[in-house]
Design a protein around this ligand. Structure first.
Ligand code: ATP
Ligand code: MG
Length: 273
């Protein structure tokens, strides 16, 4: 282990980055999709953000990444994000994925990573063909397990592999905050397991927020959980604490007995709300 460099803004020797959201609200034509949300996520935490359809999970990520206007505050290690433009926020190390994968299907895995790594470089440099693979890209190919597929067009990748490529694209951009919107939706059990392990591998040095409906996946990999409902934070804590919270049980199915089933079966959760 190397000793971390002191960071501007404090935390010398602690190497701790954090995402701190305070009183964040988003309104669409007077409808409050996100309402006065407080959320703190520390480096190394693997935070799951759960909640019924329409709870405001995606809108919260959209607000943090500058896609929708919001009031309140969202800071990364003391740096305010709200009010900045999408590309400025991305350059501050905030990366996100979307509910549907957005890789360049005709380009190879390597080209996708190269483009991501080049975000911020001039068009001229971008167009110049690289003779060798950047060490950062080699590292990401290794960590995502996509090394053998580097020359395959992204379009032929399996669903899970596309999600890993998207996560890889955030890693080569040096994103230190990863906001992942339903990364395991549509994945096989094996792909989910591999995704969880990938998130563990990359999560230690980063701030990771995973929006998910898959409760088995959450139970297996979450280090902490925040539950959103109706745009507000309903509950927060460990998986056990959140599952035992009567308010959470109520919002999912209405009875304590039913929550066991709902939280065990993501399909039930999605349909029941
Ligand atoms: N651009 C928009 N204009 C108007 N209303 C919107 C807009 N985007 C989202 N909403 C509304 O805001 C609320 C929160 O939506 P959001 O997509 O954030 O929920 P979610 O928790 O991500 O749900 P899901 O689990 O289904 O993805 C919903 O009522 C939705 O209809
Ligand atoms: Mg959503």
């Amino acid at each position: 282990m190397t000793t971390p460099e002191p960071k501007p803004g404090g935390n010398a020797g602690m190497s701790s980055e954090y995402l701190e959201i305070r009183g964040l609200s988003v309104s669409f034509d007077g409808f409050k999709a996100v309402s006065d949300v407080d959320l703190t996520v520390l480096q190394g935490d693997l935070r799951f953000l759960i909640g019924p359809n329409g709870a405001g999970k995606t809108t919260l990520i959209d607000a943090i990444t500058g896609l929708v206007p919001a009031t309140g505050s969202a800071q990364k290690t003391g740096v305010e994000l709200l009010g900045k433009k999408v590309h400025q926020i991305a350059r501050l190390g905030i990366g996100r994925t979307f509910q549907t994968a957005s890789v360049f299907e005709q380009l190879s895995v390597l080209q996708n990573l190269d483009i991501a790594a080049g975000a911020g470089r001039s068009a001229r440099t971008m167009l110049r063909r690289r003779k060798s693979v950047l060490p950062a890209i080699e590292e990401v190919l290794e960590i995502t397990g996509l090394g053998d597929l580097r020359d395959k067009p992204a379009g032929v990748l399996a669903h899970g592999q596309k999600q890993w490529l998207e996560i890889g694209m955030l890693l080569v951009q040096n994103a230190s905050v990863l906001l992942l919107d339903e990364p395991v939706a549509g994945m096989s059990a094996e792909e989910r397991e591999e995704t969880g392990n990938l998130l563990r591998r990359i999560g230690g040095a980063r701030i990771v927020v995973v929006v998910e409906h898959d409760m088995d996946f959450m139970r297996a990999f979450a280090s902490s959980v925040t539950v959103l409902a109706g745009g507000k934070v309903l509950s927060e804590g460990t998986v056990e604490q959140v599952q035992a919270d009567p308010k959470v049980q109520q919002v999912y199915l209405g009875t304590a007995a039913a929550i066991g089933t709902a939280l065990a079966d993501p399909a039930t959760v999605k349909e029941s709300v």
